[in-house]
Design a protein. Structure first.
Length: 286
């Protein structure tokens, strides 16, 4: 039996399989020595996979997901190569601290740790352990985390790069951030093994300083957002299954707790150093 261990925001995962598991450079940053896991992902192989329901709440050519007697289940179709058609790849079910995965024999020699984690719904598992994955760029500055969020194309990566250029901040992730309570009980920002097209992905955790929602404008201005306004603006940026009542409950409860403790700001900005100065002054000079 092969095993690899990873950790994201303090949540430890053990991946086990009847075949070797491949990894990659970015994911290796989250690798940890073997120990007692919080969650196990157990991979087996079969010539034929269970048949998924003909209709499910999530139903695309690549993915299906549903609940069966309260247990979350999923099914994936993948291509072995770009020219191949989609074919049944894996079936899984998650109950408690174990996700069982059954992979098609055709994929035995192509078992990648990243694909195992994402196919097993990593972000959903983290949500069960109190972690929100937010569509946000994450920079670490003076030992604290600043998150830039907003609709695609609004300038998250640009603002993160400006903080790196003008203040020497470290860009931890250009696309996704895990928010979870840290060792001191407060909310922290953590890197996670998905970075979209930014390619920036580091295993760093810091206490959360601020959540910043972005808008482009002719001037650089900062204003605080109230709880309900911030909730409505941030919830669409959270990774959760909108059809699943359990995930809706978990996501809204964690986000509500976060917003009672964490300031949220609206930054209307240009792509220049003035945006950095405006936010820095508001966060540190008040």
């Amino acid at each position: 039996m092969y095993r690899q261990d990873y950790q994201f925001g303090g949540v430890r995962f053990a991946l086990t399989a009847e075949a070797s598991i491949r990894t990659d450079t970015l994911l290796e940053r989250f690798r940890v020595p073997g120990g007692k896991p919080d969650h196990q992902i157990q991979c087996r192989f079969a010539e034929q996979l269970p048949t998924p329901p003909s209709h499910s709440p999530l139903d695309t050519p690549e993915e299906k997901m549903w609940r069966e007697d309260g247990v979350l289940c999923g099914f994936h179709n993948y291509k072995i190569s770009h020219r191949d058609p989609l074919r049944p790849a894996c079936w899984w079910r998650r109950q408690g601290d174990v996700t069982e995965m059954l992979w098609s024999e055709a994929f035995r020699d192509m078992l990648y740790a990243r694909n195992v984690l994402m196919s097993a719904d990593l972000f959903g598992i983290l949500l069960e352990y109190g972690g929100l994955v937010l569509h946000a760029a994450y920079v670490a500055y003076q030992g604290q985390g600043i998150l830039f969020s907003g609709p695609s194309g609004m300038g998250k990566s640009t603002q993160a790069a400006l903080w790196e250029k003008y203040r020497g901040a470290e860009v931890i992730n250009g696309d996704r951030t895990l928010i979870r309570r840290g060792p001191d009980g407060a909310f922290w920002a953590y890197g996670v093994c998905y970075s979209g097209t930014s390619g920036i992905c580091k295993n760093v955790g810091t206490p959360l300083k601020a959540l910043v929602l972005l808008a482009q404008g002719p001037e650089n201005t900062v204003e605080p957002l109230g709880g309900l306004t911030a909730f409505r603006a941030l919830l669409p940026r959270v990774s959760y299954r909108t059809w699943d009542t359990e995930e809706i409950k978990n996501a809204t409860q964690i986000l509500s707790a976060l917003l009672t403790e964490q300031p949220v700001f609206y930054l209307t900005c240009r792509p220049d150093e003035g945006a950095v100065k405006s936010l820095e002054k508001y966060l540190w000079d008040r």
